[in-house]
Ligand binder design. Structure first.
Ligand code: JHZ
Length: 394
């Protein structure tokens, strides 16, 4: 049974950066639910994939050094530990992972044509389609079995998880490996990072919920790693249950135990998270209101999908922010969805007369602080909402 625990209000499409200032924008209800049987946390309203993932998806994984490094390290591990003949990536984005591999060993699946074109042009076999059983059947026919499937921050964006895992089960060889990574629900709850929820993130996974979903398939988790990326992610290593050659690592039990320790298997934990979220919202609004009374200049750093949730939930608009900065070319000179705040292409000079920077990309705090040493040196400060709203300079 799905039980409601938090209402994040009406939200525009998180990655739909607007070309012009618009008072009226289409918004969708963003409500969070916990499933008592599977322990899966999900949002209520499902937006058709085509509306979100099309020919102009702006987010590019390789825009941050942190992510490039994380994918590079993973590629070294994959080659050493599994040495796959053929690696299929579901949601290859702009190729941040696959460019670390030999072109002949990769099949990329990416539904956004602007991104698929990038990896195709770079010489990688790229299928510009959504991941589903029809595609899996075609891949199976053409390539037989795949020995490694990888997917980062993608499966949680697909509504029909049964279809997702049935399709994976279909193409994965008997001793094949599936590696998926996504934000960790436990980290999200600990950090009160309610901004991990937006219309693209239909689910936020925990080890508990992934384990329950996989019960219906010939698939099981055999190893789990905690990663610092995206504010705390989990990387799940999955094999076929029928493959007895690989032993289940103690990391799986450890993660499940930890999630149970924090009550992720109990509805009360989510009710508590909802209360903490409302407090976080009020405290963040207080900080912004006080700074604006003092006529301080505030900008946003990182025009993230996560920031869209915060701005719209906390009702922070162009009256609070001078602008946002972002390095992504496709976001430049557009406006933050729902709140009409201009996004400028990042240039250090833009920070010159700014007093406060709101960390829209708080998950890259370390990378940003390293880059903005001058801003900090001259007394510039940052505002963050994780794990609770406050002003920081280190
Ligand atoms: P970042 C996206 O979410 C959407 P977002 C998606 N649904 C998802 O699941 C996650 O990614 C994985 C910019 N930046 O990664 C680049 C700077 O400008 O937190 C990006 O636009 N300067 C697929 O949008 C944004 O910040 C910098 O120095 O919440 C970061 O976006 C750095 C480091 C980043 O994901």
């Amino acid at each position: 049974m799905n039980k409601f625990f938090l209402d994040l209000g009406n939200q525009p499409l998180a990655n739909n950066y607007l070309n012009k200032f618009k008072f009226k924008q289409v918004k969708y209800k963003l409500k969070l639910y916990y499933n008592t049987k599977t322990k899966l946390v999900s949002i209520s309203k499902r937006i058709p994939s085509k509306k979100m993932f099309n020919n102009k998806y702006p987010y590019k994984s390789s825009m941050s050094q942190t992510m490039r490094k994380s994918f590079h390290n993973l590629s070294i591990e994959i080659k050493k530990r599994f040495n796959p003949k053929l690696l299929l990536e579901i949601g290859s984005n702009d190729g941040a992972l696959l460019t670390n591999f030999n072109k002949k060993r990769i099949i990329a699946v990416e539904p956004c044509s602007n991104l698929a074109n990038i990896t195709r042009k770079a010489g990688y076999t790229t299928i510009n389609r959504y991941w589903n059983i029809a595609l899996a059947k075609q891949i199976k026919k053409k390539y037989k079995n795949i020995d490694l499937i990888y997917s980062a921050n993608t499966l949680t964006h697909i509504s029909n998880l049964n279809d997702v895992f049935r399709s994976i089960e279909k193409v994965l060889s008997l001793d094949g490996i599936l590696i998926i990574e996504d934000p960790s629900l436990l980290e999200c709850i600990k950090k009160i990072s309610y901004d991990q929820f937006y219309n693209e993130h239909i689910y936020v996974f925990s080890a508990l919920s992934v384990q329950n979903i996989l019960k219906n398939f010939n698939l099981e988790i055999f190893d789990i790693k905690n990663l610092p990326t995206h504010g705390g992610s989990l990387r799940y290593y999955i094999k076929k249950k029928s493959n007895k050659k690989i032993k289940i690592n103690a990391s799986v039990k450890k993660q499940i135990k930890n999630e149970i320790k924090f009550n992720l298997d109990k509805f009360a934990a989510y009710k508590k998270f909802a209360v903490s979220t409302i407090n976080s919202k009020n405290n963040l609004i207080n900080i912004f209101s006080k700074l604006k009374l003092l006529k301080k200049r505030i900008i946003g750093y990182g025009a993230t999908a996560k920031a869209t949730t915060i701005l719209n939930f906390c009702n922070l608009d162009h009256n609070f922010f001078d602008f946002f900065v972002d390095t992504t070319p496709g976001k430049s000179n557009k406006f933050m969805p729902g709140k009409n705040i201009k996004i400028l292409r990042y240039n250090q000079k833009l920070l010159k007369s700014i007093d406060y920077i709101f960390l829209g990309a708080w998950n890259f705090k370390k990378e940003i602080f390293n880059k903005e040493k001058n801003f900090i040196k001259r007394g510039g400060k940052f505002i963050t909402h994780v794990p609770f709203p406050r002003i920081i300079n280190k």
